[in-house]
Design a protein around this ligand. Structure first.
Ligand code: SF4
Length: 131
């Protein structure tokens, strides 16, 4: 399902984009030695002020779009997808290794405690007053 701004799956967010008042060519810059870098910068400036940039980026990430979507280029979205896939793979491996659900109990504060010290005892020196 494409990103939507309501439960009906509509994409009315597009009509509220700040780019609706701009030259459409700005958002589909030509990549060959032309003015593309300047157009990309200008398009990104518009996107930064856009009220629907999150929905737009989500759409751009979920579909193979050319041009600027949610303030990102096609290449930037591709890199974001790869990072997201790497993170998902890492989480999956961690869960498979028992890290997420069946791993050893991790004491409060995330590190082992010395023998005989419980979490209730607090940090070293707690309750001893000033020295
Ligand atoms: S984020 Fe950018 S491309 Fe997307 S709707 Fe807004 S202005 Fe248009």
């Amino acid at each position: 399902m494409l990103p939507s701004d309501d439960d009906t799956g509509s994409m009315t967010w597009m009509s509220r984009g700040a780019c609706q008042r701009e030259d459409p060519e700005l958002f589909f810059p030509i990549a060959a030695n032309g003015p593309a870098p300047e157009k990309i910068k200008a398009a990104k400036r518009v996107c930064r002020c856009c009220a629907v940039s999150a929905a737009c980026l989500s759409f751009g990430l979920s579909t193979p779009q050319d041009g600027i979507w949610g303030g990102t280029t096609r290449g930037e979205r591709s890199a974001m997808r790869k990072r997201r896939a790497r993170v998902a793979g890492h989480i999956s491996r961690m869960a498979g290794a028992g890290g997420a659900t069946a791993g050893p109990a991790v004491p409060q504060y995330g590190r082992p405690r010395p023998a005989g010290r419980s979490a209730a005892a607090g940090p070293p020196g707690a309750g001893q007053g000033p020295r």
